[in-house]
Design a protein around this ligand. Structure first.
Ligand SMILES: *Cc1c(COP(=O)(O)O)cnc(C)c1O
Length: 389
């Protein structure tokens, strides 16, 4: 087997935990029923497994099982939340507020709604990646129907103050949606205490399978209305038609269950690994930490490096580690990360950025190897730059 680089891209995706896989396997072959088949045991088994995951997810965010709508992931959950609210509340207003550092699965549906005539406010963030609550308050209008702010950022790991935002929205009867794809299982979430009305979740950032997610849709005080974005057999109380996928759903539940059980200790371990990596890298001059120093995900370290070319940096790191850089690659073009430019970085510095996503299976020895190689790469690139000048 060829030696593969150390995986440090846990914000992009995570491996499926063996315990999750083991829980999923019987639902492919043995318990293969359709959860909608109410006339026989095959259906009942599948339905029981789906119900179990609904309960786990609901408990994880302090919702009720009836408030969980399964989707194919957080992208679909965000689309259902944002377009679903826009369509259902159209007559009450057409103003939506979101934030510059949101995932494209939030920004793109908002941009799409703009083409339909909706008025979209995109709030800037402060240098540390946090939104300014006073700016948010100023942006709220009588025709605002939705505020969408993520729980944890996928690039710089910053945790937004959901409870404060929720409180502001609640007073004005504005629906509050939060993309919690990076947060579920990693930081405490409580939709009641935080006054979150809609929350997007996904399994594959928390050691579950890809292709499964959920949208929490509040049912009472207030009851959120959503226009379905996919029509068919009326599954998920009409909000999302399509046969449910029990193996993925079982894996989602198991993944969240494990993450919650291990959350406190795992965050402690990740915090230590991250501090160790940062301690190494910060010995160099001109290496900046991106995002708030403490209000963040434990496993995220995002740095910008002065005096090196971003593409050369990534190329130098690649043989040893699988990380993401400060560029957002779409099919043809490479643009600097919209998150890092929103934090106030120049394009050049945004490109020369590295996101380390430390995860459950990262070891201290790996962190040491990564730190050593990253330091050597940066020093070597800087020397070359001096030589050509
Ligand atoms: C990964 C991610 C998404 C997309 O989730 P999928 O389940 O892959 O569709 C959305 N938002 C954030 C913040 C993410 O990190």
């Amino acid at each position: 087997m060829s030696i593969r680089p150390i995986y440090l891209d846990c914000h992009a995706t995570t491996p499926v935990d063996e315990r999750v896989l083991a829980a999923m396997l019987p639902y492919f072959t043995e318990h293969f029923g359709n959860p909608s088949s109410i006339g026989h045991v095959y259906g009942w088994e599948a339905e029981a497994a789906v119900k179990q995951t609904r309960e786990v997810l609901a408990a994880a965010i302090n919702a009720t099982p009836e408030e969980i709508v399964f989707t194919s992931g957080a992208t679909e959950a965000n689309n259902l939340a944002i377009k679903g609210v826009a369509e259902a509340y159209f007559s009450q207003g057409q103003h939506i507020i979101t934030v510059a550092t949101e995932h494209s699965a939030v920004l793109d549906p908002c941009n799409y709604l703009k083409t339909l005539g909706f008025d979209i406010t995109i709030l800037p963030v402060q240098k540390d990646g946090l939104i300014n609550l006073i700016e948010l308050e100023k942006a709220l209008r009588p025709d605002t129907i939705l505020v969408s702010v993520m729980a944890a950022n996928n690039e710089v790991g910053v945790l937004q103050p959901l409870a404060e935002i929720g409180e502001m929205c609640r007073h004005r009867d504005i629906i509050f949606h939060s993309d919690a794809a990076q947060a579920i299982g990693k930081v405490p979430l409580d939709v009641r205490a935080m006054n979150v009305n809609l929350m997007s979740l996904t399994a594959h950032k928390v050691y579950g399978p890809k292709g499964i997610g959920a949208l929490y849709v509040q049912r009472r005080n207030p009851r959120v209305k959503l226009a379905a974005q996919q029509h068919g057999g009326g599954h998920e109380r009409g909000m999302r038609s399509g046969t449910l996928y029990p193996p993925q759903i079982v894996g989602f539940g198991k993944a969240v269950e494990i993450a919650l059980a291990e959350q406190v200790m795992e965050n402690q371990r990740l915090t230590e690994l991250r501090a160790r990596l940062w301690q190494g890298l910060s010995q160099l001059e001109g290496v900046h930490l991106n995002g708030h120093p403490t209000q963040r995900l434990a496993g995220n370290l995002n740095i910008s490096v002065e005096g090196v070319d971003g593409a050369a940096l990534l190329l130098g790191l690649q043989p040893v580690m699988a990380v993401s850089s400060g560029s957002a690659c779409s099919s043809a073009t490479t643009a600097p990360s919209h998150v890092l430019t929103a934090l106030g970085h120049s394009e050049k510095l945004a490109y020369a950025s590295v996101r380390f996503g430390i995860g459950r299976f990262t070891t201290q020895a790996e962190i040491d190897t990564v730190a050593k190689h990253a330091i050597a790469t940066i020093e070597s690139l800087r020397k070359q730059t001096i030589l050509v000048q």
